[in-house]
Structure formats: C-alpha cells, structure tokens
Write a protein that binds this ligand. Structure first.
Ligand code: GAP
Length: 571
C-alpha cells in the first residue's frame, strides 16, 4: 500500500493483494542466517554506542530509540550528505542529466505541531489509519494487512491458520501450528491437507474459522477496526474542548505546503524549484518492530518539488533516478537495493508514477525488501486541498468533499496558492514531486550494509576474526584515529600534535590505550576509514603509517602531508 499517499487510507478493505515488503515476526522455529546477522548488528549498535533503546533503565519504550555517541555522528553525517547533495551543493545553473531544465532548491524548518486544519485538509485526520485486529485469547494486537494464512484440513476438521510471517517462515509456522491444532505427531503431519496458496486473511476466511498467530483455538480474532496513527495532544493550559486538539506531525511534508507561498513571496525562487526539510515525524504505529525500521518517532528528509503540470512526468523520472543514485553513491550494495515502481492499481488517479526505493534488510526473508524512500507524483492535490478544502476523487476528478448540507467537509484556507509565471504569463497550481526518505531507515540500511566479518593478521601474523563497518568515509562517525605505537619515546607528543592539526578539519580520535591490534579492532568496529600510527620510524624520518580499514594496506606518508591527504580523500 502506498503509505505516502497521505490522502488515502493506509489500507483499504479488503486490502490489496499482499506485496512482498516486510516480515512481521522472526520465527522462533527457523532462525535464518540473515537473522543472526541482524542480531549481531543490533548487538554491535548497542555495544559500540550507535543506538540504544529509549528509557532503557525503565524497561524501554516500544518504538522509540536513542542515538549514542557514534550513532548521532553517523545520523548527522547522513542528514548533512542529504542536505548538501540535494540542496546546498546543488548547481542551480546546470541542467542535470535527465532534468528538463535547471532548477533551484531551498530549505525550511517548520514546527512539529501545526494548525489542526492542516491535517483535516491533508487527509490525515480522516484517512491516516491502519486497521487493527486483537486476539481475545493472547491479548496480542496485529495489523490487519499483515495477517495472512492458508487453509488446513484433517479428516472432518478445517481451519485457516493465520501468521504474521512471510516467505518460508510463514510456511514453517503455519505447518507447526496446524500440526498442534489437529493434535498430530510430527510423523503424521503429512496427513494434513493444505490449500495451496498463502492468502491474506482479509476477504479469504471467516474470523470464526481463523486460528490467530498466537492462539490455540480458532475464532479469537476480533473484527478489524480503524486506528488513526496521529499522536494527539492539547494546546494551552485550559485545554479541554475539541478546538484545543492538536497533532504531532506524521510527516514533514505539510509544513512545506504551508509555506509554499511564503517561500515564493520572500525569495527569488521560480518554478521549477524544490523545498527540502529534515525533521521529526511521529506515528503511533500499531506494531513497531525490526529495530528502528518502524518506529513511533523518527526523522524524515523530504523534498516537495514544484513544477509545471506538463513537465511533471519528466521531473518525476528525474527525481526517482536522482534519489536512487544517491544511495548507490554513498555505497549501498546495488544487489541489495531495489527500485519498485508501483503497479497501476496502486497509483492514485492523477499520478503518473510512484516508486519505492527498497533495501533487502537482513531481518527480512530472502528476496524481500523494505521501503527506504518513496518518490511520489502528487499532482496538485496538496496545494489545492489547502486552498479549497479537503479533496476527494469523484468520477476521475478531484473535487471538494462535502457534508450532508453540501458544505465542505473540511474547509481550506481560502488563500490563493497558485503561481504566476511572469515569463510565460501563465497562472497555474504547480504539480508536486515528492522524494520522501526516512533518516532512521537510511541509517539502518547503511549500518546493515556496512557490517562485515572477515579475518586480519594479528601482531604475530596469525589470522584474527574482525568485525568491521565499511561505511562510506562521508558517513563514518570518525574519519581518522591517531595512534602512538607505544606511550613513550616521544611518540605520544608527535601523535597529539598531529591530532590537533586534524581535529579542526575532520572527526578525529586520539587513542593510546591497549595494544595496537586492539586499537585497530576498536576503530574497525566504529567504521573509522583510516588509522595513523606514529612509531619508531616517525621519530627518525617524520613519516607515519596510514592504514586503510577496507584494503588493510599500510603505507608510509610524510607527517606534514597527512592533513592535506585526508582532506582530499574526503572531498
Ligand atoms: N510525505 C510522504 C510520506 O510521509 P511515507 O512513505 O509514509 O511518505 C516516507 O514515509 C518515509 O519515511 C518512508 O519511506 C520511511 O523511510 C520513513 N518512515 C515512514 N514511517 C516510518 C516509521 N514508522 N519508522 C521509521 N521510518 C518511517
């Protein structure tokens, strides 16, 4: 389901056919090698101070995560790469490959709480919900669109065995559940007859015959009910009536639409141009899971790109490809990335295209991908909704939704958000292309992709296994570590002097504690691309050893060339 279509419900009833997107629960019965890899990544993330569970000393809070010293540096670097590559570093005079014309980019930083009418006209108030199902027996709660299953029969009995799993895990789990349900020994399990396909629960089985994922008997799942994902709050000390209700933003995009006119009126930008924003968003997810992948508080990096309606198809393709290349240029493994164009039945009526950039996260079954970013063609829906009132689609047209009295269901601002092109002398409501990325998901993808285990020779030349994060140097929390070989003979003094030269230029660490092998290992786990060792030879010929994290090559470099050399490698 294209969840970034903010005006569409997160799922429809019955939900669209299940698409391979994310697995919901890791099987306890069949741990896959990729899962143990994920466990190791989560453990490294905690051990080395990348990511901690929020409020951990009180038992943690599901769906909320804190970034530790290395994690905050990694996340800031990622966001700075995005901000630089998309906005500040963009050449506004050039026509980039695939772009119809040159274009301008600018930025914003909007509030998290906005006027409640924003969410009424955007569609979030009415439609930004998931359908949830409760289990009366296990007291567990599920997203309806995540439940699927298959029919099993044995002699006269028949049951629809439900699972949250995907792929092979779903088959293994349903097989084990059916065996238990029919009271069969393992050697009799072949007596169970299966309907072939794994199908969504929605529309395929009566709830009375559905055996819930954590239930022992059928009929314990409740009918699905809507659950709005926006966190609600109240404004002001006398808060109490409905007018004081406000919401924590579930996307940063709406702040950009709110300021479209301000930006046009106060800066010199002309259509086509884009506005970027990075900031927190909040969604009261029913089932936050898979580490930071689905959190309740997370950061988005969003661009709303405003263009002429006639050029919008070309701009959509440009942004889809530009964002795809951004991930590749920062080093994500091409084979683990997938660009998934939405099928025609997934597109909104005006959309000429929507694509998701997806990554094969290790917590997913083989061959499945999770969304990193969506690139959506939103037409003029947003600007018109905020002018005219919440729009709905009727007979192929976007029209203002009305109540029983024929009045707009949710009033727009009444402000004119059209754009006048003073060269072509045309007035129009710009169309919008929206590349919408999650900063936390991107951090998770880069962490997973960077995680490697290999062998390196120790100080005595014996192979030693190492864990290394092969992060792109632009993303790495630390760029270089300065290591005196021993804490004597004048080596620390030379090393500290070099550290002081490098520190103002890039994230640099000084470390003199422990054997050199252990110090290299610590830096490898932190993803530091280079280590510089000051040793006996340094004192004789003023050269140092520069060690490369990935190739493990060690070359001698003149001490006074280190700063320029590393600066040029980072450029
Ligand atoms: N304005 C469009 C929009 O918000 P979306 O697909 O709902 O679209 C965009 O969200 C991106 O935000 C996703 O691709 C994902 O990277 C990130 N995101 C969405 N929900 C998230 C969650 N619960 N936890 C972490 N990241 C999330």
């Amino acid at each position: 389901m294209p969840s970034h279509y903010t005006f569409a419900p997160r799922i429809k009833l019955p939900p669209a056919p299940f698409r391979k997107k994310i697995s919901q629960k890791q099987s306890l019965m069949q741990k896959q090698p990729e899962q143990s890899r994920m466990d190791k990544i989560v453990s490294l993330a905690k051990r080395r101070g990348f990511i901690f569970q929020s409020s951990e000393i009180y038992g943690g809070l599901n769906g909320f995560w804190d970034y530790g010293p290395l994690g905050v540096a990694l996340k800031r670097n990622l966001k700075e790469c995005w901000w630089h590559d998309m906005l500040t570093g963009h050449d506004e005079l050039a026509t980039l490959p695939g772009a119809p014309t040159p274009y301008e980019m600018t930025g914003l930083d909007c509030t998290i709480i906005m006027h409640p009418q924003v969410w009424k006209c955007s569609g979030h108030f009415d439609l930004f919900h998931d359908w949830l199902v409760d289990c009366r027996e296990s007291k567990r709660r599920y997203r309806y669109d995540h439940l699927k299953g298959r029919w099993a029969s044995h002699r006269e009995k028949r049951v629809f065995v439900v699972t949250e799993q995907s792929g092979d895990e779903a088959l293994v789990e349903t097989a084990a559940k059916a065996q238990k349900f029919f009271g069969l020994r393992a050697n009799k399990s072949s007596e169970i007859e299966w309907a072939e396909a794994m199908v969504p629960l929605a529309g395929n089985a009566p709830f009375a015959e559905a055996l819930g994922p954590d239930a022992a008997s059928p009929g314990t799942l409740t009918e699905p009910r809507e659950f709005n994902l926006m966190f609600e709050t109240r404004i002001g000390a006398l808060a109490g009536n409905d007018d004081d209700r406000a919401f924590l933003r579930p996307e940063t995009a709406q702040g950009i639409f709110m300021n479209f006119k301000n930006v046009v009126d106060t800066s010199r930008v002309r259509v086509p141009f884009g506005i970027g924003q990075i900031g927190k968003s909040f969604r009261n997810e029913i089932t936050p899971r898979n580490f930071t992948f689905r959190s309740r508080e997370f950061e988005q990096m969003e661009i709303e790109f405003f263009c002429k309606p006639n050029d919008s198809a070309e701009w959509y393709r440009f942004w889809r490809d530009r964002r795809w290349n951004w991930y590749l240029n920062l080093g994500l493994t091409p084979g683990r990335l997938q660009l998934r164009e939405h099928d025609a039945d997934e597109l909104s009526h005006y959309s000429v295209g929507t694509a998701d950039i997806e990554y094969a996260f290790p917590f997913l079954p083989d061959g499945e991908f999770g969304e990193l970013e969506g690139i959506a063609h939103r037409g003029d829906f947003d600007l018109r909704s905020h002018m005219e009132g919440k729009l709905v689609r009727r007979d192929g047209e976007l029209v203002v939704e009305t109540d029983d009295a024929g009045k707009p269901r949710h009033r727009g601002s009444g402000k004119d958000l059209s754009y006048f092109d003073d060269i072509s002398r045309e007035r129009f409501v710009p169309h919008v292309i929206e590349p919408s990325a999650g900063a936390d998901r991107a951090v998770l993808a880069f962490l997973c992709d960077a995680y490697h285990e290999d062998e390196v020779p120790d100080e005595d030349g014996k192979p030693r296994s190492r864990t290394v994060l092969k992060l792109h140097p632009r993303l790495a929390p630390l760029k270089v570590a300065i290591l005196p070989l021993v804490k004597k003979d004048g080596m620390p003094e030379v090393a500290i002097d070099l550290y002081r030269k490098l520190k103002p230029q890039m994230a640099t660490m000084y470390d003199e504690k422990g054997s050199i092998g252990r110090r290299y290992a610590r830096q490898d786990e932190a993803g530091t691309p280079w280590c510089i060792t000051v040793d006996g030879q340094t004192l004789a010929d003023t050269t140092v050893t520069l060690r490369d994290r990935d190739s493990l090559t060690q070359v001698r470099v003149p001490l006074d060339e280190c700063v320029d050399l590393l600066r040029s490698r980072l450029a």
